[in-house]
Design a protein around this ligand. Structure first.
Ligand code: KIV
Ligand code: ZN
Length: 405
């Protein structure tokens, strides 16, 4: 029996350029996609879903160019999406051909509601199509991923049957999409466990998950899936994508990184292991986020986890004081770990004396106690009028006070 090696790292499959781009206003041209793909390779993603080759000549060209330029022997796997239709699979196969490691990702819906209203096909028909199209994709490449669209609203018994047949036909990765962002962490975990327990040939494939964030649970759902055996996570930078977006890559990767001791046992490792759970170079995260935001024009909300402008900024006096004494008091991860040079203490009306004095020292001012007291009073007065105090404001106050004494 052809047993698929179970990886001891979590495979990160990036779909920024396919599902991520599929949201209003985020369209990218071929050159922009290539720039992002190169950065995704530097970030260390294992698989880049570069597009949907059959969808348009532009998408085909982007997948092909990325396959050629980024899909090198030691680079990521380059993947194209394809419906379970021969013409789609042919286009995907042709577009990924220049890649050293190419993957065809084919999919079909399996939920009753999709079968009745969208596909207008019976369960038996879909089962036969899935099997036939996976085998067809396999005639082009060894690496075939198969997705059961709307899996989280599919009858589990039927889902198990479709997955078993797809694996038997040659799928090396089976992907479980929460297409409409409907599931909850405990439900999703139970679904992955059900698949492990009820699909007889499941050991021959990697279990992958694909999430949407409609009710804000995409990252939590993935973490529960990992605990139950998922080994590939499909996500997008800054969580961009259809409707409320795809699972945010930076969030799920940093959750696994920060809490690696908690997740180690689920990957069969000792709790204390410090080995990374993914191949991501986390120091590339911030740069990748800025690049995707700039090229897509999709702004990142300031309070967004990991990459928001305020994610490492401390404004309250108590927090600033704590961080200055020992960062671990209010920081669970280091700003440097995502590629920021330092955490940013934002001075405002809640800031305390310690943060104020420290920033002045950083700006080159060593004030006496009397000068500092006066300067601090003026700073507080200004902070009541302005939301954030800039270094220019601080320099003006400090200059004033030192000249008066
Ligand atoms: O959300 C979804 O179901 C998808 C599939 C094509 C994997 O994007
Ligand atoms: Zn999707």
């Amino acid at each position: 029996m052809n047993k698929q090696p179970q990886t001891d790292r979590i495979i990160i499959f990036d779909t920024t350029l396919r599902d991520g781009e599929q949201c209003p206003g985020a369209t990218l041209n071929v050159d922009e996609k290539l720039v992002i793909a190169r950065q995704l390779a530097r970030l260390g993603v294992d698989v880049i879903e570069a597009g949907f080759a059959f969808a348009s000549p532009g998408d085909f060209e982007a997948v092909e160019k990325i396959a050629k330029a980024v899909g090198t022997e030691d680079g990521p796997v380059i993947c194209s999406l394809a419906r379970a239709i021969k013409a789609d699979i042919q286009a995907a196969a042709a577009a990924i051909k220049p890649a050293a490691k190419g993957r065809i990702h084919t999919f079909i819906s399996t939920s009753d509601i999709h079968l009745e209203y969208q596909l207008k096909k019976s369960k038996a028909e879909v089962l036969a199509i899935a099997e036939e199209m996976v085998a067809y994709a396999k005639s082009f490449v060894d690496d075939v991923e198969f997705s059961t669209m709307d899996a989280t609203r599919t009858d589990p018994e039927y889902l198990y049957q479709v997955l078993e047949r797809a694996i038997a036909a040659g799928a090396t990765t089976i992907n479980i999409p929460d297409t409409v962002g409907y599931t909850t962490p405990s439900e999703f975990g139970a679904l992955i466990k059900g698949i492990k327990d009820n699909v007889p040939n499941i050991d021959q494939a990697i279990i992958s998950v694909h999430g949407h964030n409609d009710i804000g649970l995409a990252v939590a759902n993935f973490l529960e899936a990992v605990k139950n055996g998922a080994r590939q996570l499909e996500c997008a930078i800054n969580g961009i994508g259809e409707r409320a977006g795809n699972t945010a890559l930076e969030e799920v990767v940093m959750a696994l990184h920060v809490r690696r001791q908690y997740y180690n046992p689920f990957l069969g490792r000792p709790v204390e292991s410090e080995a990374p759970l993914t191949n991501i170079d986390t120091r590339q995260i911030y740069k990748t986020s800025r690049l995707v935001s700039n090229l897509t024009g999709m702004l990142v909300q300031p309070n967004k986890a990991i990459v928001g402008a305020n994610a490492f900024a401390h404004e309250s006096g108590i927090h600033q004081d704590g961080v200055l004494k020992n960062r671990l008091t209010y920081e669970i991860m280091d700003a440097q770990s995502i590629g920021l040079t330092e955490n940013q203490i934002v001075l405002g009306k809640h800031s305390g004396r310690n943060a104020f004095r420290t920033r002045l020292r950083e700006l080159g001012f060593e004030l006496s106690e009397t000068e500092l007291n006066k300067a601090f009073i003026r700073f507080k007065e200004l902070a009541d009028k302005k939301k954030e105090i800039s270094d220019w404001d601080l320099e003006a106050i400090a200059n004033d006070e030192t000249q008066q004494t």
